[in-house]
Write a protein that binds this ligand. Structure first.
Ligand code: ATP
Length: 210
């Protein structure tokens, strides 16, 4: 009987310590038009560096900063995203921003995640090119209370900001990928093969961009 009580005591302690270790979840927003290998490599870097349980990719209906940019249809961008992360451990997608009217504000997305995961630590991933204007984001003060920002290196330079940084220099952008398709150049190795197949089959990005 004493041994059973001892085992129960140890188990109770284990569960108590598990409850105290908060879950760490990364949220990665973007237009993902299309998702490409820099997104994936940097998300994996962040997952490992911050010991995150998972990263949830959240495609935007329309970014508040890119309202003039015509995008591939939301369902097709989501399809490419899902194809890119299929069977990738630790990567998930969530279509919530596509189900809300544009523009897609990060704070509204984070409030939804906060309701779903009241105990989790939330990390919001942004590219280094966005860090300069982050304080202009809708309800930035609220957002910055609710998440820790993680800045994904893009230029290879050391940029000044107060956030956790992932250093990397991958010269890949969705703009360049769309331009390459429009001008008949290969996008092999820039996007996962499943994404390349969707771009080909749906004849995306054939029109040169202005
Ligand atoms: P576009 O060329 O259409 O502006 P993009 O390649 O920047 O697109 P987004 O969908 O806007 O892709 O990217 C989502 C997020 O990922 C943004 O915060 C962006 O800054 C970041 N990001 C995109 N490409 C890179 C890259 N090569 N290195 C680091 N961060 C990146």
């Amino acid at each position: 009987m004493a041994i059973v009580r001892q085992i129960l005591g140890v188990l109770r302690l284990r569960f108590a310590s598990l409850r105290m270790t908060s879950r760490k979840i990364g949220i990665f927003g973007g237009t993902f038009d299309p998702i490409h290998h820099a997104h994936l490599v940097l998300a994996r870097d962040a997952l490992e560096a911050l010991d995150l349980e998972k990263i949830i990719f959240v495609p935007a209906a329309a970014s508040p900063h890119k309202l003039d940019q015509p995008l591939a249809p939301p369902n097709v961008r989501l399809e490419m995203l899902r194809a890119a992360i299929e069977s990738e451990l630790g990567f998930e997608s969530d279509p919530m921003e596509l189900q809300r009217p544009a523009p897609s504000y990060a704070i509204e997305t984070i409030e939804t995640f906060r309701q779903r995961e009241p105990e989790a630590e939330l990390f919001y991933l942004i590219g280094e090119d966005n860090v300069g204007r982050i304080e202009t984001w809708h309800r930035f003060a609220d957002l910055s209370q609710m998440v820790q920002f993680v800045v994904l290196g893009r230029s290879g330079e050391k940029t000044e900001h107060p956030y956790r940084a992932i250093r990397r220099h991958l010269d890949i952008s969705a703009t360049n990928i769309r331009n390459r398709v429009a001008t008949g150049h290969s996008i092999r190795y820039l996007v996962p093969p499943a994404v390349e197949a969707i771009i080909r089959d749906r004849q995306l990005y054939r029109e040169p961009q202005k």
